[in-house]
Design a protein around this ligand. Structure first.
Ligand SMILES: NC(=O)c1ccc[n+]([C@@H]2O[C@H](COP(=O)([O-])OP(=O)(O)OC[C@H]3O[C@@H](n4cnc5c(N)ncnc54)[C@H](O)[C@@H]3O)[C@@H](O)[C@H]2O)c1
Length: 419
């Protein structure tokens, strides 16, 4: 049995069944697994993965192992682990796993250190925590690393800042920036699973609610679109004029967050920014306002101020904390301000994670093959990988498309022909 730290190994069987359920909707990853089994492109490569420990992640772990990788796994958020999946990874896939849902910050970082004790040659991050620890307290392990991959927007922003300052010590592929990642995972995945998280935590009706979406990026667009589809009156807050304009033309009300605070029923942050919902917002909120975050870190809602302002606090349901503010107004914070789609629901549906994790697997292979040629900066996912994933996904969905004729190819590459 591998070394591990999970909540309860007795949950492994349940986890295995749920992993199998997810696999049914991950045909692209499955096709990579089949090829990896034959070709073993990751043979003997030590990998440490710091990802949300979900059923889809377990399928990625199985794929990496099929490719010959020697992989260990830890959580990329203290509240996103599915404990049955963590147990199944240890029991059935022999992947040393360090993650327990609800772990405190100290345990969270201890688990990251356990994953790094594996002396990874490749790191696979969601939020750049492995990279961050490797570049600060575990610098001695950097010598083993040849490259890495990064799953999310916030991680990519951090890595680019490191590269800009010249402190990044190995090359990293920004998986988030693949079209087959952000157009589907961030938009449709976060859109649906964030609402799922809010509904599971609160059992409130979305129809007729005023839902405030802070940030109109890929996640915000998806969330606003899905909430509108469910009958919510959606308000968008932004700091980028272009995105604010886009939200306006997409049919949403756009206003500053302080104004929205007075009218919203449900607030969701998806900005990757700090203190977007601040003290001033809490002062204006209506009695019963619900506040959640689906951005990567738990910094988007100023929970410290909320705690200070509150006269009383109690947990009224799982993942719902009630704060009673002066004037007896109650504000409800969901999932401690951590990613709500993973805290109270199960994260993105498998269909989108199929593409995100196909990118992870292929980028790990790319890194093993090409690391020596790369410099210490952040790379885009090669176009060939994006194209391969989109065409395999379409094929698996039974969707056929047209091909350019020779005449069309010629026309599209010429400039002389007019009316
Ligand atoms: N919950 C999940 O499962 C999940 C999935 C993917 C990404 N993420 C995370 O969600 C966050 C957003 O990702 P994205 O891909 O949509 O990023 P993005 O860069 O496409 O969009 C972020 C948007 O927020 C806006 N913004 C920044 N500060 C703001 C502020 N103070 N008020 C209002 N708007 C502000 C930006 O202008 C931008 O339009 C990131 O932290 C990312 O890592 C979470």
């Amino acid at each position: 049995m591998a070394k591990y730290d999970v909540k309860d190994m007795k949950l492994a069987k349940k986890g295995r069944l749920r992993i199998e359920w997810a696999a049914m909707d991950m045909p692209v990853l499955e096709s990579i697994k089949t090829r990896f089994k034959k070709e073993k492109p990751l043979k003997g490569v030590r990998m440490s993965a710091c990802l949300h420990v979900t059923t889809e992640t377990a399928n990625l772990m199985e794929t990496l192992k099929a490719g010959g990788a020697d992989v260990v796994l830890c959580a990329s958020n203290p509240l996103s682990t599915q404990d049955d999946v963590a147990a199944a990874c240890v029991q059935y896939f022999k992947v040393p796993t360090y993650s327990i849902k609800g772990e405190d910050n100290k345990t969270y970082y201890r688990h990251i250190e356990s994953a790094l004790a594996h002396k990874p040659q490749i790191t696979m991050d969601d939020g750049a925590d492995l990279v961050s620890v490797l570049h600060t307290s575990k610098k001695n392990l950097l010598k083993h690393v040849i490259g890495g991959t990064e799953e999310t927007t916030t991680g990519v922003i951090r890595l680019k800042a490191m590269a800009q300052e010249g402190v990044l010590k190995y090359p990293i592929v920004a998986v988030n920036d693949a079209f087959t990642k952000y157009l589907f995972d961030n938009r449709y995945g976060t859109g649906q699973s964030t609402l799922d998280g809010i509904m599971r935590a609160t059992n409130r009706l979305i129809a007729g609610s005023v839902l405030v979406v802070c940030g109109y990026g890929w996640c915000g667009r998806g969330l606003a679109m899905k909430a509108k589809g469910m009958g919510a009156k959606v308000i968008v807050t932004e700091v980028d004029p272009l995105r604010a304009l886009e939200a306006t033309m997409d049919g949403f009300d756009v206003m500053p967050v302080l104004e929205a605070s007075a009218v919203g029923d449900i607030f969701v942050t998806v900005t990757g920014d700090i203190n977007v919902i601040s003290k001033g917002c809490f002062r204006k909120m209506k009695d019963g306002a619900i506040v959640a975050n689906s951005g990567h870190f738990n910094v988007e809602i100023d929970t410290a101020s909320l705690k200070k302002m509150a006269k009383k606090k109690r947990t009224i349901r799982d993942y719902v904390e009630e704060y009673t503010l002066p004037g007896n107004r109650r504000v409800y914070l969901l999932g401690e301000g951590r990613l709500i789609n993973l805290a109270s629901a199960e994260g993105h549906p498998s269909q989108v994670m199929d593409m995100s994790f196909a990118n992870q697997a292929l980028c790990a292979e790319y890194m093993v093959k090409n690391a020596k040629k790369l410099t210490n900066t952040v790379y885009s996912v090669p176009k060939a990988i994006d194209e391969k994933i989109s065409s395999t996904k379409l094929k698996a969905m039974g969707i056929r498309i047209d091909r350019l004729t020779a005449e069309q190819k010629k026309y599209l590459s010429s400039w002389e022909m007019g009316t």
